[in-house]
Design a binder for this molecule. Structure first.
Ligand code: G3H
Ligand code: ZN
Length: 284
């Protein structure tokens, strides 16, 4: 069923596992992620960046595609359609009007007072409609579509407390050393801050930049209150590798289904691996 991500995250934080947010790029990504979730009997969050929504046609296209697949696949597990890194109140509103069940408002580049003001307005609009809200503080490194950072800034626990108390968000993404895209060397996650932030607010935390984080760090983050982990790049890498291998092995192939089926299968395998690592398998 299509739901907000509130209940699944509360349950995850309480029971000590995380739900994966897997980003969509097209039909095959959506198929792969929904198939993985059903097979694993795992709740799942479909992440849609503004850039990816633009690529696919728009928010409405995405919602209809997801609903169509859930109908045809007879999906039984909880699924949230979540706007990833929403850039403004307007964009969040647009996504909600199109049928998204969850949004992230990323006003993390703004001064704290403004971040609080914008986030609060999104919460008011979203909660009236049963839609969950994620907000961010600090700077996640690297690049994802329109979200480009040069450097990493760790979120400040006192600012996190203020943002949570003043806005009523459902979950918080404190940037604590994670990076969008591949890491250069090992990530250096701020686990001490994570523990403080998680305890002081009792809200589920979100870990962005899930690609390339070692399993021991994933487990530690979950034990310290991270109940949602975002993965995008890793599905793109494994999916594209499968296309490359298929085309390299046969220069005569021209039917897109011949190379997109291996892509879909590779993404599905990646997603299943993450669901098991995050502990969400069997928790639907
Ligand atoms: O918002 C999406 C993520 O934080 C994905 O990060 O591409 O490094 O896996 P990633
Ligand atoms: Zn992110």
């Amino acid at each position: 069923a299509l739901v907000s991500m509130k209940e699944m995250m509360i349950k995850g934080k309480k029971e000590g596992y995380a739900i994966g947010q897997f980003n969509l790029n097209n039909l095959e990504f959506t198929q792969a992620i929904l198939q993985a979730a059903e097979e694993e009997q795992s709740p799942v969050i479909l992440g849609v960046s503004e850039g990816a929504a633009r690529y696919m046609g728009g928010f409405t296209t995405v919602v209809h595609m997801v609903k169509g697949l859930m109908h045809d696949y007879k999906t039984t597990v909880p699924v949230a359609i979540h706007l990833d890194h929403g850039s403004s109140f307007e964009k969040c509103k647009e996504a909600i009007e199109a049928g998204f069940t969850s949004v992230m408002i990323d006003a993390s580049t703004k001064p704290l007072e403004e971040n609080i003001r914008i986030t609060k307005s999104v919460v008011e609009y979203a909660h009236e409609r049963g839609v969950s809200v994620e907000a961010e503080l600090g700077v996640v490194g690297g690049q994802e579509d329109d979200v480009i950072a040069d450097g990493v800034i760790y979120a400040d626990p006192a600012e996190c407390k203020e943002l949570v108390d003043k806005t009523g968000i459902d979950c918080l993404a404190p940037a604590l050393g994670s990076v969008h895209g591949p890491y250069q060397g090992e990530p250096n996650l701020g686990f001490e801050e994570m523990e403080v932030i998680s305890k002081q607010s009792d809200l589920p935390l979100v870990l962005h930049g899930g690609t390339g984080i070692p399993t021991k760090d994933i487990k530690r983050a979950i034990s310290l209150g991270s109940a949602k982990i975002n993965v995008n790049t890793e599905s793109q890498i494994t999916g594209t590798q499968a296309v490359r291998d298929t085309l390299n092995a046969d220069s005569e192939v021209y039917d897109p289904r011949k190379y997109l089926t291996p892509m879909r299968d590779a993404i599905k395998k990646t997603v299943i691996g993450k669901m098991r690592e995050f502990g969400s398998s069997g928790k639907a």
